[in-house]
Design a protein around this ligand. Structure first.
Ligand code: UDP
Length: 264
């Protein structure tokens, strides 16, 4: 028997998420997988239940950002692993906002992990897996027409606003937001104007989160650094945000079955 998932038209199959045609024109269904990758796909594992946790955490964050007026692609969560989103044209730039030195910046610049940065830094990476998402400047982005100067300044100011808000939101959960990655898309409105909207996901896959008191790691670095306990860490993030779902421990058989999205 065909599962509900295989009947739907697949639009894009990414490393941690799959996009299907949505229930209405202009919408997509974003399915969160348990696949966990690092180092440009060189390291890969299935962490059971991770997709469910990211679905709930990202839903919560996108909704809170919506509450403060940040336009996002999020419409609603459909079930344990899926959310309905607006179809946007993804801008091929990843914006990374950093509050504390970690990860690739520590390596690139020979800086000590954990050093607080006086003011948040926004970096741009060109979204291209074959090239390993290279660091670029706004000059490259304009010259190669990846985004306009207007879009870049819009993405930077939205990202800084999101950073301020999320630093507070996570502090309320006893977590420090060390750094995170954002992606944006273009949405055409009825007047044919193009609106910049936040897309993709915000979850412990795309953020570094350290415990406020102990600096314990609660994000994908647990996987990158072979620390173990990644699922428990994501569960703790969800619990602290008040969005820990039941059913995260569902078995492998039901893991990849999507429930048919509700028809609007
Ligand atoms: N990040 C991400 N996807 C990427 C690259 C980075 O979500 O393809 C996130 C990462 O989880 C971290 C932040 O962006 O929170 C900065 O990552 P960094 O540049 O330090 O790279 P990494 O250590 O992941 O190689």
């Amino acid at each position: 028997m065909l599962s509900a998932m295989s009947k739907r038209k697949k639009i894009y199959d990414g490393k941690a998420k799959t996009l299907f045609e949505g229930t209405q024109p202009g919408t997509l269904v974003q399915y969160f997988k348990d696949d966990t990758t690092a180092f440009n796909n060189k390291k890969h594992e299935i962490i059971e239940g991770k997709g469910i946790l990211n679905n709930f955490i990202s839903e919560y964050i996108m909704q809170r950002l919506g509450d403060i007026g940040i336009p996002t692609h999020f419409i609603k969560r459909l079930n344990m692993r899926e959310q309905l989103i607006k179809q946007v044209e993804i801008i091929p730039i990843e914006l990374v906002v950093r509050n504390v030195v970690a990860g690739s910046m520590a390596k690139r610049l020979g800086l000590e992990e954990g050093k607080v940065i006086g003011r948040p830094i926004v970096e741009f990476y060109y979204k291209n897996d074959d090239l390993g998402d290279p660091l670029v400047t706004d000059e490259h982005i304009f010259a190669f027409d990846w985004a306009s100067p207007f879009e870049i300044s819009g993405m930077v100011s939205l990202s800084l606003r999101i950073n301020d808000f999320l630093c507070g939101l996570f502090a309320g959960a006893g977590l420090r937001l060390i750094d995170f990655k954002l992606e944006y898309g273009r949405l055409q409105n009825e007047d044919e104007d193009t609106l910049l909207v936040l897309a993709d996901e915000i979850s412990p896959d795309s953020c570094r989160l350290w415990d406020m008191r102990t600096n314990e790691i609660f994000d994908k670095d647990r996987f990158r650094k072979d620390l173990g306990g990644m699922k428990e860490a994501y569960q703790e993030v969800a619990r602290r945000l008040g969005v820990l779902p039941g059913g995260v421990n569902q078995n492998a058989e039901t893991r990849n079955q999507a429930i048919e999205p509700e028809v609007e």
